[in-house]
Design a protein around this ligand. Structure first.
Ligand SMILES: *[C@@H]1O[C@H](CO)[C@@H](O)[C@H](O)[C@H]1NC(C)=O
Ligand SMILES: *[C@@H]1O[C@H](CO)[C@@H](O)[C@H](O)[C@H]1NC(C)=O
Ligand SMILES: *[C@@H]1O[C@H](CO)[C@@H](O)[C@H](O)[C@H]1NC(C)=O
Length: 366
């Protein structure tokens, strides 16, 4: 009897112990699970807050700092990521871009970024970044070696064949693309160009290439050598783009007689009335000068000024030049009609901020 009782008690004790252990384990597991969940939630919240703060800081830095082409792209990407693209509203004026020397139509860090930026700022706009040649490499090479008059007629063909441009377009040229698009305006009135925006274009040419953009410094050394050996010889004129807007103020007559491109569009040889008429059809001709430009000599050329003839020290403004006073190109008439716009950006060649672009250029793209 006693043995049976003891056995029963022991069994009961064992059962109670096991139950208690199980209950304790369940409680511990639950506590651990809840803790892990709470920690996970807190971590996620902290990560979200950190990312938001980083995005805000980067945006502020980009807005406040000087924006060359690369940060522009960053800003666009950020904008895209945060707000997405808004499409639909139309009634926009198409925009044609012509890149500068050493660049190409579609470089994601330059023209590609500008195209994207404009597309974000003006939803629905059609932006055509000109490619001179069949590939990006050919496009870049042609910026150095293809006869400029041939490039201009190629572009005129492209524009005339593009159905999206037939109602007219705005044009924005970067560096040498600025004077090339002016030639398009003067030679090819159809489709009509509305606003011509020259970003650092050299409308009176250059007499010096002190610096080269990007990676092309060895090409620049070679170009300088060619220009010094005889910029106005037939061979160099025909095959070197920069020779075609080389303007030697010590040899104005040589320049006038032999410059294949610039002397022609600047009416130095004969007076082509259609150039004058076509240029005056513009709504506005905007010229941007970079106040600390280290690639263009003289910088005045970006506002259509140049060295006074016969020396290479003193400069004259467009308004002081014979071209303006005799109004050979219609620039005086444009000026009097308030259609010549002189803008400046306080930076090196092609450097401007996003805020500067919004305030100064964007109004001409509508
Ligand atoms: C907006 O209109 C222009 C000209 O009519 C056209 O080329 C362009 O494709 C249109 N864009 C959109 C997004 O519909
Ligand atoms: C004037 O320019 C137009 C357009 O490029 C050209 O067709 C014409 O032959 C030029 N006239 C003269 C006199 O050079
Ligand atoms: C420029 O052309 C004019 C007329 O054809 C000629 O009389 C003059 O000698 C030329 N000058 C130079 C430096 O080539």
């Amino acid at each position: 009897m006693i043995i049976i009782t003891i056995t029963i008690i022991i069994i009961i004790i064992i059962i109670i112990t096991i139950t208690i252990i199980i209950i304790i384990m369940i409680i511990i597991t639950t506590i651990i699970t809840i803790t892990i969940t709470i920690i996970t939630i807190i971590t996620i919240i902290i990560i979200i807050i950190t990312i938001t703060i980083i995005i805000i800081i980067i945006t502020i830095i980009i807005i406040k700092s000087k924006v060359n082409i690369q940060p522009l792209l960053l800003a666009s990407c950020l904008f895209f990521a945060v707000f997405g693209s808004v499409r639909g509203a139309n009634g926009t004026v198409p925009l044609v871009l012509w890149h500068g020397m050493g660049d190409s139509c579609c470089n994601p860090l330059s023209m590609g970024a500008v195209k994207k930026m404009v597309e974000i700022k003006i939803p629905g706009i059609y932006v055509l970044s000109l490619e001179i040649g069949k590939t990006v490499v050919e496009d870049t090479e042609n910026g150095f070696f293809m006869n400029v008059n041939d490039q201009v007629s190629l572009v005129c063909d492209t524009l005339a064949r593009d159905p999206q441009l037939k109602e007219g377009y705005n044009a924005m040229g970067f560096s040498q693309g600025g004077q090339f698009l002016r030639a398009v305006a003067q030679r090819c009135p159809s489709p009509p160009m509305r606003n011509l925006i020259s970003i650092g274009g050299q409308h009176q040419g250059v007499y010096g290439l002190p610096n080269c953009p990007g990676q092309s410094s060895h090409i620049c050394d070679w170009i300088r050598k060619m220009l010094n050996s005889g910029a106005y010889t037939g061979l160099v004129q025909n095959h070197l783009v920069q020779a075609q807007y080389w303007h030697d103020p010590l040899n104005e007559e040589l320049y006038r007689n032999h410059s294949l491109f610039l002397a022609d569009i600047n009416q130095e040889r004969v007076l082509n009335e259609s150039y004058k008429k076509n240029l005056q059809a513009l709504r506005s001709f905007v010229m941007v000068k970079f106040l600390r430009d280290s690639m263009v000599e003289p910088i005045d050329s970006e506002w259509f000024g140049f060295y006074k003839p016969g020396q290479a020290k003193e400069t004259e403004t467009l308004q002081e030049s014979v071209l303006y006073k005799e109004d050979r190109l219609g620039l005086q008439a444009l000026d009097k009609a308030g259609k010549l716009v002189f803008l400046s950006s306080d930076g090196d060649h092609l450097q401007f901020t996003d805020a500067w672009f919004n305030a100064n250029i964007l109004p001409y793209l509508h």
